[in-house]
Design a protein around this ligand. Structure first.
Ligand SMILES: [Zn+2]
Length: 287
């Protein structure tokens, strides 16, 4: 009898130890998840120095055309990190408030690449909701901005001034209308994208393209369901820069947004605003 009691007691202690170890492992995992953003920040800065030091010789060769010195790639992020950078171009618009409300509901940060759309109250509204304002251009008129480098920078300065006057925000985060890979600029100036991409960096700007989109800028008028299907098809990427648009006529983007956020949240993505150390998702420049 005593012998049985001893065995039971021994098993009890063993179970207690196993339980204790499991709990310790769980809470450590939670700490690691919670600490991820800071770790990313540290890693990206250190990695950026390393890239600057190593890449200079290689970066002029053709296969490295889109790999600028200092640009971070997905390999620079710790294993298991999943980040979503939602970006909204061409706003603000009559849909901005609704987009902000949705982002609030899901506690997401996003980045708005703005133009001079006439919705002057919405710029500060975006800032007040904790999101990042970035520059797209003042007119977004391809013929105007891609005439020449001078014309482009004049237009970029104009949107920078507007944003500053309305919000007090200054930013070096930009996105080229049509993306750096656009071909429309060929109609106005051969080679201008290659020169602009270099010149904006010389002037201290960081330009962003994207590696995902809900295809809302397509000439095809997709339904909200179709935009959702496009948007959720990038979950093989650990770091996603998602192109969407904030315009008067794109109610479908607003409609699909909650479901897109839910999809990626369920997969463990964190929704952050872009900053100058973020993954730039540069596309290949073809003009
Ligand atoms: Zn645009």
């Amino acid at each position: 009898m005593n012998h049985v009691k001893t065995i039971r007691c021994f098993i009890g202690i063993l179970l207690a130890i196993v339980l204790l170890l499991t709990c310790a492992a769980c809470s450590r995992e939670q700490e690691v998840i919670a600490a991820a953003p800071n770790q990313i920040q540290e890693l990206t800065v250190a990695r950026q120095e390393e890239i600057r030091a190593n890449i200079e010789d290689a970066y002029t060769t053709e296969q490295n055309l889109t790999q600028q010195p200092g640009q971070l790639t997905e390999e620079d992020f710790p294993e298991g990190t999943k980040i979503m950078y939602l970006t909204f171009d061409d706003g603000p618009s009559s849909n901005t408030q609704e987009i902000l409300d949705i982002l609030d509901t899901y506690d997401c940060q996003a980045t708005f690449f703005v133009v001079a759309s006439g919705y002057d109250n919405e710029y500060q509204n975006i800032v007040d909701h904790g999101h990042t304002l970035a520059l797209h251009t003042y007119t977004h008129d391809y013929e105007t901005i891609y005439q020449s480098e001078e014309a482009y920078f004049e237009d970029l300065d104009a949107i920078a001034d507007l944003v500053y006057d309305l919000t007090g925000v200054t930013t070096n985060l930009i996105r080229f209308p049509g993306g750096s890979s656009n071909t429309v600029s060929e109609n106005y100036n051969i080679g201008i994208m290659s020169r602009l991409a270099e010149e904006v960096e010389n002037r201290g700007y960081v330009y962003f393209d994207w590696n995902a989109t809900n295809a809302d800028a397509s000439t095809e008028p997709y339904t909200a369901d179709e935009l959702y299907e496009f948007a959720i098809s990038y979950d093989y990427e650990d770091v996603i820069v998602m192109l969407m648009h904030d315009t008067d006529y794109l109610d479908t983007t607003v409609e699909c947004l909650p479901r897109v956020i839910e999809h990626y949240k369920n997969l463990g993505y964190e929704f952050l605003s872009l900053n100058e150390n973020s993954y730039t998702a540069h596309l290949e420049i073809v003009n």
